[in-house]
Ligand binder design. Structure first.
Ligand SMILES: *Cc1c(COP(=O)(O)O)cnc(C)c1O
Length: 384
């Protein structure tokens, strides 16, 4: 089976992990700071805060921005569950903004229209979480302008987009947002096993995230009410969302290959574009304001033109040993969200995309020969 995604672990990665295992610190050691500083420098942000996973990162991102009971958070329906669940963890309400049929990202036009309605109704969001689907940045300049006009905060869910480019900078530089979140799950671009990191340019948010990551505790004498070398003070309610030094060492080692990871993914995407041309499917449209990091390569089966169903094509691909997947079932269509009151048909563009979507294999170590095999299987599944 050729999987849709997989990690690439080198001997150097293994050596880096082993070195930590033989050291005095296996959690909260020096690798965490180094990983945070290295990735922040890479993307061009002031601060990084590494955590246990991106779901934890989204949770404390919301808390750091003051999301709580009565807050409103909006995100994209075409995302993983965590982009919406994070708001519910804080007691906030969640709503969705339909996607752009070309980029599959949250539509800026739909966002502007929904904001105008919400303003009239007095229900403007406190936080909007755009998701850089498949590794292509949302149009953050436009979203940042709306944030200023309507007074909401922005968390970029860049779980797919570490290494992606947007208008001459790297995704994660937070030029048009308060915070950016990355995921290092093995299926993503760079891995630490489980892991995630938050980026910010705000010293206040940086401190707040560090506290929330570790029980709301401070050990800095300047921040404490009582003094003494043994003193730790809980000043707010936080969590244990820490990453280990073992994981951070893996991340640091992986980071030295991030540019190579991205370059190969871009090569594979260009090759898919070429090899799939002329088939009754849509290849992923790329806006000219950036360059994707290609976490996913989603094709959209045009069922009418193809005379085949997405399900039929998907099953045929799986049967021929291609580990395709589907990203994403729209979050509001999940049973839990339907119980919260969302109804089918509410986000028609996300549903239309979902009904034709298939993610083809896309990862650093995928060879040209394996990719040719994938394309041959797609042709066969389409009867072409
Ligand atoms: C993977 C993913 C997450 C969650 O990442 P974890 O590190 O697994 O918690 C959140 N948002 C999106 C868009 C993702 O793809």
């Amino acid at each position: 089976m050729i999987p849709y995604g997989r990690q690439s672990i080198s001997d150097a990665d293994i050596a880096a992990v082993e070195e930590v295992l033989r050291s005095d610190w296996i959690t909260q050691g020096p690798s965490i700071d180094r990983f945070e500083q290295a990735l922040a420098a890479y993307v061009g942000a002031q601060h990084g805060v590494a955590v246990a996973n991106a779901t934890a990162a989204l949770h404390i991102a919301c808390l750091a921005l003051g999301v709580g009971e009565g807050s409103r958070v909006w995100t994209s329906p075409n995302t993983f569950l965590a982009s919406a669940n994070c708001a519910l963890y804080c007691g906030a309400s969640v709503d969705f903004v339909d996607i752009d049929p070309a980029t599959y990202n949250m539509s800026t036009a739909a966002l502007a229209a929904k904001l105008e309605q919400a303003k009239a109704a007095g229900t403007l969001p406190d936080v909007v979480i755009p998701v850089h689907f498949a590794g292509q940045s949302c149009d953050m300049e436009a979203i940042g302008a709306l944030a200023r006009d309507y007074g909401f905060r922005v968390i970029e869910d860049a779980s797919h987009a570490v290494g992606a480019d947007y208008r001459g900078g790297k995704v994660g530089n937070c030029r048009h947002s308060d915070l950016t979140v990355f995921s290092f799950h093995p299926v993503k671009i760079l891995t630490t096993g489980e892991g995630g990191m938050l980026m910010t340019n705000s010293a206040d948010l940086h401190r707040s995230l560090q506290r929330l990551r570790s029980h709301g505790m401070v050990r800095d004498p300047a921040m404490q009410q009582e003094q003494g070398a043994w003193i730790y003070e809980q000043q707010e309610l936080g969590f244990n969302y820490r990453i280990t030094d073992i994981q951070a060492a893996l991340g640091l080692s992986q980071l030295t290959r991030l540019d190579a990871f991205i370059a190969r993914r871009r090569e594979l995407a260009a090759r898919y574009d070429r090899l799939l041309a002329g088939l009754p499917l849509a290849i992923p449209y790329q806006a000219d304001y950036g360059v994707s990091s290609w976490h996913l390569y989603p094709i959209w089966i045009d069922e009418e033109k193809a005379g085949r169903s997405r399900r039929g094509v998907f099953d045929a691909l799986r049967a021929s040993g291609i580990g395709v997947n589907v990203h994403y079932i729209p979050v509001p269509n999940q049973p839990y969200y339907q119980r919260l009151g969302f109804v089918p048909g509410q986000f028609p563009q996300a549903e239309r995309y979902y009904n034709g979507a298939i993610s083809l294999p896309m990862y650093y170590s995928l060879t040209d020969a394996e990719q040719d095999q994938v394309v041959a299987a797609v042709r066969q599944a389409l009867g072409q």
